[in-house]
Design a protein around this ligand. Structure first.
Ligand SMILES: Nc1nc2c(ncn2[C@@H]2O[C@H](COP(=O)(O)OP(=O)(O)OP(=O)(O)O)[C@@H](O)[C@H]2O)c(=O)[nH]1
Ligand SMILES: [Mg+2]
Length: 455
């Protein structure tokens, strides 16, 4: 990414028909550029106090582009901690783009994805965990996801990470001090004390790791895949869960060719529902591709809704599909019960099963209830910040390093303290990368490149 000395600009709002659009400029030249392009009766933007809102016209030369509001924010009291100007113009596809082009023509650089937030981090306004919360909030698909992101943005998760970090640094410092003062080894009393503290730190990390599952569901949603033989009622179920006729339903087997994904919210968790092509030995290449896609989604599913036709005896293909599914991650739906019941309990032994008549909505409530149960969404506590995949990987690595340090300390051999310190240092190094106490350009790129331009 570019350095921070230049001034950057971007449209901060999504393109399309809307009441307003916002263009954001950040950096030392922000006010000079604003003076050049913004016309209004009173003092120019650079002479206005921070927080001033001005109404005027944005011009390119003598050509008026739009009537707009301009907001002045001065360093360090802005999102990036730099001088920031925001221009609110009319929404739509043209106005904001033309204003941005005029700003860029005066020597300002187009911001890279996430660059405003990156500057907020580099200038010390937020840490990396808070920066990630900004992205989580923008992407949140449910109230519960948004609340967890706001908790994180407020610094609650960072505080827990900082606590773990400070505790390890303290333990490490104690061990180093013991080495400095003792000729042979640390005072014997220190080892049990340090060991107890390290156990507590491990417990802290363990508790944080336990929030990952919920964090994963809140951020990415749960992948729930509807599968089964052709014509069993998969698309009927998708439509019923969505409450609208999204997928084509027909009596002809092989109606759904491609996978079809839609999101519903259950207990505040986004559920990515995927309808798939019916599983059979297909000769048509298009259908074969559809079935390949179905299988690929089935491999990644957090939960399977496997549908069978109640009116027909279970065939060998159904039997082998069922064998490949985990009983903990699957719900078997016995559909078309109005047409007879030839399925036997032993056919689906071990699976949670629900008898349904999906074309009338019978069994739907029970299916929703079981999705919630099987995904463990019955949680009803206060919303709280939860760790993300990146945090999980680092915490797991640190946990291993700290455990190794404990093992070495317990061995009591001559070099044990020196070796334990080196393992604790690895953990400190890793943990520092969670909040950004320690960072390198690849780490920042991997985080901020996921943002949109303008944030
Ligand atoms: N009698 C009866 N018919 C049903 C029931 N549920 C769905 N159907 C009908 O079964 C037929 C197939 O339904 P779909 O939802 O298209 O089945 P599908 O599994 O998506 O089929 P493919 O996309 O071809 O794999 C349609 O005519 C539905 O109206 C039910 O409970 N009872
Ligand atoms: Mg279908």
């Amino acid at each position: 990414m570019n350095d921070q000395s230049d001034t950057i600009a971007a449209i901060a709002t999504a393109p399309g028909e809307a009441g307003i659009a916002i263009i954001r400029i950040s950096g030392v030249e922000s006010l000079t550029v604003a003076d050049r392009i913004f016309y209004h009766a009173g003092e120019p933007p650079s002479r206005r106090p921070p927080g001033a809102f001005m109404r005027g016209f944005v011009k390119s030369g003598e050509h008026v582009l739009d009537e707009a509001l301009l907001l002045v924010m001065r360093a360090p009291h802005s999102y990036t901690r730099e001088d920031v100007v925001e221009i609110q113009c009319h929404g739509g596809f043209v106005s904001a783009r033309r204003i941005l082009q005029t700003i860029l023509a005066s020597g300002v650089r187009l911001a890279e994805p996430g660059e405003f937030t990156k500057r907020a981090f580099l200038n010390g306004r937020i840490d990396l965990v808070q920066a990630e919360a900004v992205l989580d909030l923008i992407r949140a698909q449910s109230d519960r996801s948004a609340t967890a992101a706001v908790e994180q943005l407020e610094g609650n998760l960072s505080a827990s990470f900082n606590d773990v970090y400070d505790n390890i640094v303290r333990v490490c410092a104690d061990l180093e001090a013991a080495l400095d003062f003792s000729e042979d080894d640390a005072p014997p009393a220190l080892i049990p004390e340090v060991t107890a503290q390290v156990h507590q730190i491990l417990e802290q990390i363990h508790c944080m790791l336990e929030t990952w599952e919920e964090g994963h569901l809140l951020r990415e949603g749960a992948l729930v895949v509807i599968s089964g033989r052709p014509n069993v009622g998969k698309s009927t179920l998708l439509n019923a869960l969505l409450g609208r006729n999204r997928a084509i339903v027909s009596p002809m087997p092989g109606t759904t060719r491609d996978t079809l994904e839609e999101t519903i919210i259950l207990k505040g968790i986004p559920i990515r529902l995927v309808d798939t092509a019916g599983l059979r030995t297909a000769t048509c290449t298009i259908e074969q591709e559809g079935i390949r896609r179905a299988r690929s989604h089935m491999q990644k599913a957090d939960l399977h809704l496997y549908i069978i036709d109640a009116s027909k005896p279970l065939d060998s293909e159904d039997g082998s599909h069922l064998k490949s599914l985990s009983t903990e991650k699957s719900i078997v739906i016995i559909n078309k019960t109005d047409l007879g019941m030839l399925i036997q309990e032993k056919d689906i032994a071990g699976f949670i099963n629900i008898k349904a008549q999906l074309n009338t909505g019978k069994g739907l409530k029970e299916i929703q209830h079981q999705i919630i149960e099987q995904l463990g969404l019955t949680y009803s506590g206060q919303p709280h910040a939860v760790i993300a995949e990146r945090h999980k990987k680092i915490l797991q690595k640190s946990y291993t390093d700290i455990k190794e340090a404990l093992k070495i300390l317990a061995s009591g051999h001559d070099e044990s303290i020196v070796l334990a310190i080196s393992h604790l240092r690895f953990a400190i190094e890793s943990l520092g990368q969670i909040t950004g106490k320690i960072y390198h350009s690849e780490l920042l790129n991997s985080i901020f490149s996921r943002f949109c331009i303008g944030k």
